[in-house]
Design a protein around this ligand. Sequence first.
Ligand SMILES: [Zn+2]
Length: 63
Amino acid sequence: MVDEELEVEETPVETFEVNYSCLRCGTTVSNTELSGLPEIKCICGFRVFTKARPPVVKTVKAI
Ligand SMILES: [Zn+2]
């Protein structure tokens, strides 16, 4: 019997992710989430966002 190892490949994220926060309710949404929406709009219905700082990118280096 051969053991098969399932390899999980993570799709490299090349797109620069920017987070926006709603001016009204403060909900943080990323541009990738926004681009998946039919229109740029918060869940509360507000359309004005402020640019928030991008999430911390964790870089793990195996030494
Ligand atoms: Zn909102």
